[in-house]
Design a protein around this ligand. Structure first.
Ligand SMILES: Cc1ncc(COP(=O)(O)O)c(C=O)c1O
Length: 381
C-alpha cells in the first residue's frame, strides 16, 4: 500500500515544489527571451508568498481580479493591474484606497466604470492608469468596436486623475491544443494590429498592450504589439493545461491528496475528494464528452467519473490497478484555480516529505460590514 504523506489529513491540496519552481523559471525565461513583461494573474494561487516568488524571478507586476486580491497582494507588490471592471462606487472606492505606493492600473470597457473610477480616484487624490479592454474574440468583456474603444480612451484621458495606459484583451476563447491554435491566433493578430493602427492614428499611442493566458502563453511572442502577458494557471498547471499541450503531465505541480474510503462497488473506488475538494469543473478544451473531474497523477487513465460533495468515484474500467481501502492517491484537477479557492491552506512537498505550507490569503471577498452597521446586535437569523 502506498503511504503518501502520512502526516497530512486528506483531502488536501499539495504542491510539488520542484515542479512549481520549474514552472516559474520556465515562464521567466520565456518572458526574458522575448522581451515580454510577465504580469502573472494571482487568482490561481491567491498567495502573497508565491506572488513574491514570481516578482523575485522578474515579473513586472501582478494581475488581480478582485479588490481583496489587490489588497492582499499590495503587501508584496508595488505594481498591480486589476483586470476586472471596477463597476459601482463601493468597488471603485475600495480599489482607489489601495496603498499609495502601489502603481495601479485598471482594465475596463464602459463609461460607467471609467466614471466610477474617476470619482474614486479624485476622492483619493491618486492617479490611476486605465487599460481600455478590447474584445478580440472571447466575447466576455471588452469593446468589440474599435471606435468605441477609442472614444472610451479619450474619455479616460480627459478624466483626470485617470490616465490612459494602454489596451487589454484576454484570449480566453483560445483553448484548443497548442498546435491547433493557428487560425484563432491569426484572427487575433489581425484584429489587434488593426486596433493598434487606429489607436495610433487617433493620437492615442498605447504604452502597454496586455494580453495572454496559459493556453496561449508560449505563443505570446507571435502576437505583434503585445508588451505584457498575464498567465495565471501556469504556476501549477492542471489537467486541462496538460490535455491541450500547454504543459507536460510532469509539469502539473498541484494535486489533491486523497484517501480511498471504499472499494465496495466493483469496478470503482471511492475517495474522500468530492466536489468540495476538486470543484465540479469540466475538462476544458477537450472537445466535450464525459471526461470526468480529474485524473490520478500516477494513473492518468483513472478519472474521477462522479462526485458527491465529499465522495469522488474513480473509474477503474481502464486499469488493472486495484487500490485498497486506506490507500492514498493524488488527483490532478481539471481546473486548479477552483481547487485552491476551495481551501484555506496548501502544503508544499519535496521528494516524499512535506517541506512547508502557506495560507490561501486572498480567498474570499474580504468584505467588511458597512460603516456603522451592527448586524450582530440585530439578532440571530
Ligand atoms: C483577464 C484575465 N487575464 C488573465 C487570465 C489568466 O488566464 P490563465 O489562467 O489561462 O492563465 C485570466 C483567467 O481567468 C483572466 O480572466
Amino acid at each position: 500500500m502506498t503511504d503518501l504523506f502520512p502526516d497530512l489529513e486528506t483531502p488536501v491540496p499539495i504542491v510539488d515544489l520542484d515542479r512549481l519552481e520549474r514552472n516559474l523559471d520556465r515562464a521567466a525565461r520565456y518572458a526574458a527571451e522575448h522581451r515580454l513583461g510577465l504580469r502573472p494573474h494571482i487568482k490561481t494561487h491567491k498567495s502573497p508568498r508565491l506572488a513574491a516568488e514570481q516578482l523575485r524571478r522578474g515579473a513586472v507586476g501582478l494581475t488581480c481580479a478582485t479588490p481583496f486580491e489587490a489588497e492582499v497582494m499590495s503587501d508584496v507588490a508595488s505594481d498591480i493591474l486589476l483586470a476586472y471592471p471596477p463597476v459601482g462606487t463601493l468597488r471603485a472606492r475600495r480599489v482607489a484606497s489601495l496603498p499609495e505606493n502601489v502603481r495601479l492600473t485598471v482594465a475596463l470597457d464602459s463609461a460607467t466604470a471609467a466614471d466610477d473610477l474617476a470619482g474614486a480616484a479624485r476622492a483619493a487624490e491618486r492617479t490611476i492608469a486605465v487599460y481600455v479592454e478590447l474584445d478580440l474574440g472571447m466575447h466576455r468583456v471588452g469593446l468589440p468596436v474599435v471606435d468605441d474603444a477609442i472614444a472610451l480612451a479619450r474619455r479616460v484621458r480627459d478624466a483626470k486623475p485617470l490616465a490612459f495606459g494602454g489596451i487589454a484583451f484576454y484570449p480566453g476563447h483560445i483553448r484548443e491544443a497548442v498546435d491547433s491554435q493557428d487560425a484563432k491566433l491569426d484572427n487575433l493578430r489581425t484584429a489587434l494590429s488593426e486596433a493598434l493602427e487606429r489607436f495610433e492614428r487617433a493620437g492615442l499611442s498605447p504604452r502597454s498592450v496586455s494580453g495572454g493566458s496559459t493556453p496561449t502563453m508560449w505563443r505570446t511572442h507571435e502576437i505583434p504589439g503585445v508588451t505584457e502577458f498575464r498567465p495565471g494557471t501556469y504556476i501549477f498547471n492542471d489537467r486541462t493545461t496538460a490535455e491541450i499541450g500547454a504543459c507536460a503531465w510532469e509539469d502539473c505541480a498541484l494535486t489533491v491528496l486523497a484517501t480511498v474510503v471504499s472499494t465496495a462497488v466493483p469496478g470503482q473506488a471511492v475517495i474522500d475528494a468530492g466536489s468540495k475538494a476538486l470543484g465540479r469543473e469540466p475538462l476544458r478544451g477537450s472537445g466535450g464528452g464525459d471526461d470526468g473531474f480529474g485524473s490520478l497523477l500516477e494513473h492518468p487513465e483513472v478519472v474521477v467519473k462522479g462526485m458527491s460533495e465529499e465522495h469522488g468515484v474513480l473509474d477503474l474500467s481502464r486499469t488493472s490497478w486495484r487500490p485498497a481501502v486506506g490507500e492514498r492517491v493524488r488527483v490532478i484537477p481539471n481546473h486548479v484555480c477552483i481547487v485552491v479557492h476551495l481551501n484555506d491552506v496548501v502544503f508544499g512537498t519535496r521528494g516524499g516529505g512535506v517541506e512547508t505550507s502557506w495560507p490561501v490569503t486572498a480567498r474570499g471577498r474580504g468584505y467588511a460590514a458597512p460603516l456603522g452597521a451592527d448586524y450582530e446586535r440585530a439578532g440571530t437569523p
